[in-house]
Design a protein around this ligand. Structure first.
Ligand code: NAD
Length: 333
């Protein structure tokens, strides 16, 4: 029976992944540790490892894994910006991901952030708990007929367009590879600058790559409408945190909804409530009344976790049995 070390595992990972262990004849050992150069030795003696978004698959970790004869990695996520793909290709790793588990889970979360910010649910919740039923300060705006700019119209961006069409939003989009199905439903593709310039709400759904790193920066923010709403459920590195803090301070950005953060690996998925957070930029973001942050929970629905678990075990079984797997990450040759 193949043995797999599961890193960054939480009780919910164990619950969902264990459902499929027997069916695939794979033995999973769960480690709470995040995979780093400091914890990689835990992988010794295993046939493969299974990792999540903030595990580090840098050159040092991959070289160490290769020295343990491990060449198989299953990612429990879609994005693989945490993998040094050049080293992975050089060392002949096979790395599989879960390309599409529930685009609706993340798209619905993005809409949740939009509605929270537009209708100030985060403030209303606290007010009503304190028996304060005054409405001053809670004035919102309709999503109806607003122009939403969707950057990246792959699985999640497409699901978002479909939901927002139900709100009668006008959808404009930028993607180097436009989706023809969406065009027939009325989504209009435009150059990135036009999307930035015309949208009342901008939602990011492209992957984090060297070209998209800090896609939202001082220059691109300057092209946006005053008071724009910006939503990021994709990857934190798409936004230059310092630029966004300045834009919130000078009120160029009207609303910011984040499910991801540039330096989230030091914070997210852990209970830090008894600690002093050292990240001053993150703490500054939390002080703005028009900022809503969730801790990378867009994927966190029962449906998504079940699909992630079954696809991950399927990927592991195919790779370990040297069979073709459709979910391999594209590695640099
Ligand atoms: P996808 O691969 O289906 O779609 C990505 C789209 O982005 C593609 O259509 C691609 O052409 C486009 N794209 C590439 N470069 C671009 C650029 N420079 N500008 C605009 N578009 C560009 O991916 P997906 O499943 O829709 O996921 C999107 C991202 O969401 C993932 O990369 C991941 O980082 C993130 N994600 C977050 C969560 C969460 O829990 N918050 C969960 C899953 C995925």
């Amino acid at each position: 029976m193949f043995k797999v070390a599961v890193f960054s595992s939480k009780s919910y990972d164990k619950k969902f992944l264990s459902r499929y262990e027997k069916q695939y004849g794979i033995c999973l050992d769960f480690f709470e540790h995040r995979l780093t150069t400091g914890s990689v030795q835990l992988a010794q003696g295993y046939d493969a490892i299974c990792v999540f978004v903030n595990d580090e698959l840098n050159s040092q970790v991959l070289t160490q894994l290769a020295s343990y004869n491990i060449r198989t990695i299953a990612l429990r996520c879609a994005g693989y910006n945490n993998v040094d793909i050049t080293t992975a290709a050089k060392l002949k790793f096979s790395i599989a991901r879960v390309p599409e588990y529930s685009p609706q889970a993340v798209a619905e979360h993005a809409v949740g952030l939009m509605l929270t910010l537009s209708r100030k649910f985060h403030k209303a919740y606290n007010r009503v708990k304190e028996d304060n039923f005054a409405l001053d300060g809670l004035l919102g705006f309709n999503l109806y007929q607003k122009t939403v700019g969707v950057i990246g119209t792959g699985h999640i961006g497409k699901a978002l367009c479909q939901i927002l069409q139900g709100f009668s939003c006008q959808i404009i989009a930028y993607d180097p590879t436009p989706n023809t199905d969406l065009i027939t439903t009325g989504v209009q593709y435009k150059p990135l600058d036009t999307v930035l310039n015309q949208a009342d709400i901008i939602s990011l759904h492209c992957p984090l790559t060297p070209t998209t790193q800090h896609l939202i920066n001082e220059d691109t923010i300057a092209k946006m409408k005053n008071d724009v709403m910006l939503i990021n459920t994709s990857r934190g590195g798409l936004i230059d945190t310092h630029a966004i803090i300045s834009a919130l301070k000078n009120q160029r950005i009207g609303y910011l909804g984040l499910d991801v953060y540039e330096l989230e690996s030091e914070l997210f998925f852990e209970d830090k409530s008894d600690e002093i957070i050292q990240d001053d930029d993150f703490q500054r973001l939390l002080t703005f009344p028009n900022v809503m942050i969730t801790g990378h929970q867009g994927f966190f629905t029962q449906e998504a976790l079940d699909t992630i678990a079954s696809t991950t075990l399927d990927n592991l079984s195919l790779l370990l049995n040297k069979q073709p797997c459709h979910n391999l990450c594209q590695l640099l040759k």
